[in-house]
Design a protein around this ligand. Structure first.
Ligand code: PA5
Length: 558
């Protein structure tokens, strides 16, 4: 294969069709686990380790050989140079005409502009000072009482990172109690607010939305504010906004003089905002160590810039993903951390990977329908759920195991150690899968803490970036999410048109309603009508819901 013909695109080199073929035709080993000598050799050759972070990566049970990396070199050189351009401030998110700067958040000096690095440092200082004043009860509510709780309202990248931080790092009785609203489910919202009812007055309300206009957090905020103000408490002195400067949310917070606002810069994407205020504020408010978290991420950033491919863990991971799914996402990634504290990590990765890689077009505008499906929960729990299928059923996945070596000292009861069992269950499952020729990779952490969480996140962020370069897609936009938001607002508009139409008090069939409202979809009208009828006793329904075309609706006019 002539690798010299790789050509330059606008600002970085991308992989051409011939070279893509070379990637797809890599000599994938059909490794045989009973050939333990060969497997041991592969393990020995491919195991990556960093002593400072206490982190290992083993891709020896994925269908890739050490020798394959020689032919992969030009592809990864291109990808790494594109990543370096991105870190230098190129407009890597071309569709949104934005820089992609989450790497600067943990190494401000890396940013292309002194003003940006100053603002990152300033923000960090503000977060630490603010959180300290809250935890030390220097900053109290307007009645002089210390804050006890945080109600975090944000969705997608503005919700999942903070959830991961709190669920994985909060220690017993440390910092404030966290609650989340990340949906417009009325029952979910009222349960959360009701749980807080006696402590609403000592709750901080954090509203997070980069755009400042996403409907879900806006509605969550409206409900929380309504509940708080009903108790006679003041909203502004308890409310915090994390958003872009001059967004609708920012303008509201400024005009009402909210307790605090933090910046979510336009060069940080929602799903990569965890090392900015979105992740650092909750970290500080649970009294965790912000600097270890950032330093773990920064250390991993450094390691994943290494141009020696076999010494770069993000390259190893991206190569393993590519080889496994032939660069088309043909195999799903099952994330199995053997630790309760990492339960949310599978969901976090699901968003990071699928919102970044799940794209219709490549950067040349060709339809590619790319992606990499991610699901998972935790081990050993999942061994009693879907792992049965993984071992014996359809072979459409690879597993990413995450193992943590250090256990706490629970007493050994009846001669059994829970930590030893967890480790045994992990190793057993890994072995059982490869005995059936199922692929897996393993990330091992010596210990789980702020630093290793930061490193894990940085590892996957860089892997997503590199993989996106290999398949030539923009990992930093989310047109599908925007399309969903647009479709939802069209449905809400249709609902109010139906309501207006029914106000004549006459009986109408679905077809009649459709004819009279711009020929709107009958199925949408049926779905809206069914929901309206379940919630509004003024809607009179004739006919059977099992026969949609016979349904007639009427508004009871008093
Ligand atoms: O990662 C992303 O960009 C998205 O998941 C957003 O975080 C999500 O859509 C919420 O958007 P916003 O923060 O603008 O409210």
């Amino acid at each position: 294969m002539d690798y010299q013909n790789i050509y330059q695109s606008i600002y970085h080199t991308v992989v051409d069709t011939d070279s893509e073929l070379a990637l797809k035709n890599m000599n994938l080993p059909d490794y045989n686990p009973s050939d333990s000598q060969n497997q041991w050799k592969r393990f020995d050759e491919l195991l990556w380790h960093d002593e400072n972070l206490g982190l290992w990566l083993d891709i020896s049970r994925m269908k890739i050989n050490k020798d394959d990396f020689a032919q992969l070199t030009p592809h990864f050189e291109n990808a790494l140079s594109a990543m370096s351009n991105l870190e230098n401030g190129f407009i890597a998110n071309q569709d949104e005409k934005r820089m992609v700067g989450h790497y600067w958040l943990r190494d401000p000096e890396l940013s292309p502009d002194n003003k940006i690095s100053q603002s990152i440092k300033q923000e960090l200082c503000e977060i630490e000072t603010f959180a300290h004043s809250i935890l030390a009860s220097e900053q109290t509510n307007d009645a002089g009482l210390p804050f006890t709780d945080v109600l975090w309202i944000g969705i997608g990248g503005s919700g999942l990172g903070p959830l991961l931080i709190v669920k994985s790092l909060q220690k017993l009785n440390s910092g404030l109690n966290f609650h989340f609203i990340d949906n417009t489910d009325p029952i979910g919202i009222s349960n959360t607010i009701n749980k807080l009812s006696s402590r609403l007055a000592t709750t901080l309300f954090v509203i997070v939305s980069k755009s400042g206009g996403t409907p879900e957090p806006q509605m969550g905020m409206d409900q929380a504010r309504f509940a708080l103000e009903k108790t006679g408490c003041n909203w502004a002195s308890r409310a915090i906004a994390i958003t872009m400067k001059n967004s609708k949310l920012d303008n509201l917070a400024v005009s009402e003089n909210w307790l605090k606002t933090f910046d979510l810069p336009d060069w940080v994407g929602g799903r990569t905002s965890i090392t900015g205020a979105v992740g650092l504020l909750p970290l500080a408010l649970i009294n965790s160590n912000i600097n270890s978290f950032l330093s773990g991420a920064a250390q991993m950033d450094k390691l994943t810039r290494n141009t020696n491919l076999l010494a770069n863990p993000a390259v190893l991971l991206a190569a393993a993903w590519y080889a496994s799914g032939q660069g088309k996402g043909l195999k799903d990634m099952v994330v199995l951390p053997y630790r309760d504290s990492l339960e949310v990590f599978s969901r976090y990765l699901q968003q990071l990977v699928m919102e970044s890689l799940g794209k219709k077009n490549d950067r040349k505008g060709r339809v590619v329908n790319q992606g990499l499906a991610v699901y998972g929960n935790k081990g050993s729990t999942d061994q009693h759920a879907y792992v049965q299928q993984l071992r014996d059923g359809i072979d459409n996945f690879f597993v990413s195991f995450i193992e943590v070596l250090q256990n706490n000292q629970l007493p050994i009861i009846n001669g059994r150690s829970t930590g030893d069992h967890l480790s045994g269950f992990f190793q057993g499952t890994r072995l059982a899968l490869s005995q059936n020729n199922r692929q897996s990779l393993t990330i091992t952490l010596k210990t789980f803490n702020e630093s290793t969480l930061g490193a894990l996140i940085a590892l996957f962020e860089r892997t997503v970036g590199i993989y996106a370069e290999l398949i030539d897609i923009n990992a930093y936009d989310q047109p599908g999410v925007e399309a969903g938001k647009k479709a939802a607002s069209e449905i809400l508009l249709l609902k109010s048109e139906i309501e207006n139409y029914l106000l004549d008090g006459k009986t109408h069939s679905i077809a009649e309603i459709s004819n009279n409202i711009n020929g709107s979809s009958k199925e949408s009208i049926f779905l809206i009508a069914r929901s309206m009828a379940s919630n509004n006793s003024n809607i009179i329904v004739e006919g059977s819901w099992s026969s949609p075309s016979d349904i007639k609706l009427k508004y009871k006019v008093n």
